[in-house]
Design a protein around this ligand. Sequence first.
Ligand SMILES: [Zn+2]
Length: 433
Amino acid sequence: MYSSIGELPCRKSNSQSIGSVLGQSPLGKPLDPRVAEYSVTGLTICSFYYCMMLNVLFVMLSKSVEPEFKYIGNMHGNEVLGRELLIYLAQFLCEEYRAGNERITHLIHDTRIHILPSMNPDGYEVAARQGPEFNGYLVGRGNAKEVDLNRNFPDLNALMYYYERHNGQNHHLPLPDNWELQVEPETLAVIKWMQNYNFVLSANLHGGAVVANYPFDNSREPRIRGKTSNSATPDDKIFKKLAKTYSYGHSWMHKGWNCGDYFDEGITNGASWYSLSKGMQDFNYLHTNCFEITLELSCDKFPPATALASEWLANREALVSYMEQVHHGIKGMVYDENNNPISNAVISVAGINHDITSGTDGDYFRLLLPGTYTVTASALGYQPFTKTVTVGPAEAVQLDFYLKVQPKGNVKAYPNKKGSTTSKSPPTNLGPR
Ligand SMILES: [Zn+2]
């Protein structure tokens, strides 16, 4: 079913820009125009070396309300497999769509797919100059200023853990003052990108191990000499399912023994492996609606070009089935009584202390495992409305809400627990501010 991409001549790891790669597909003909390219927020990354864009491949057809999905590769410039796989993936989606592959057609019709093959083009250049044989553990990992981008996002975990203990808001945590000045240009571009699209699901592709790593990366417990501890999110069950979707879709990740390490079923909670702060994965969950996991895809950070074809075959099913996960749970619209969409409405699921919000068009997507849930939609100035819904194993259940205006004189500052209208201030020694 997927034979066409397997027969493509394997492109070498090289330092061409993503744009020039797409301009000349391996088949020597232009890629499908449906793969449009855009740069993340149009922001140019001007580094020590030169200026370049973070280019995104965008696969979409319909303009109807659909969930937004993203893949990000090569955040560590010397971890190149993700970058190569994502370029293959964009080509594969176009080829299979053109060939009438039912599964891919369905995916492209129903999903807005954003692919950023390289988040760290400068680091990649440094690593690529060394080539696969001489690539060390660290050369090219950081950006041009040698800053590790996966330790460069605003730290929201301390604030989250404080709010967990004090019944504070449980989503869209605020950024610290002047955060723009505290992050690298690549990080700034990616955060602006996340703020411009209502992403639902994402994965961030790395190398140096083989495992699907899910949040939190940052440990709740203070570190005790070499000990690590599991640091679960309120969505732990769904994150495990998402990670397993990848590990079992992958030819050998799920087997557990890889690169001298063992991970049961090929998955791990980030903090239980080793605690990491200011990472991108936790930031997605704490500042946006997006659920992101981190995929470690190869023992060798810079595999030779000869390994790429078999790596593509090992990852192809996993990359596709992970994208399909964006269609599980509930989705719908939040309207007022006159059918006007309400943006930024809060969708709460009883028993899961993590809300999500509707996008600018009033649409929302909430990933959930099969089960029966009590779901409440609320928005400032409106009466909250609660519904019960049963989610099956198939596609997301449509669940729309129509909210009535709050009667005058009875306007409560809602939400009192989980919105941006209230929050106790954390002690000054905690949190990002
Ligand atoms: Zn990495």
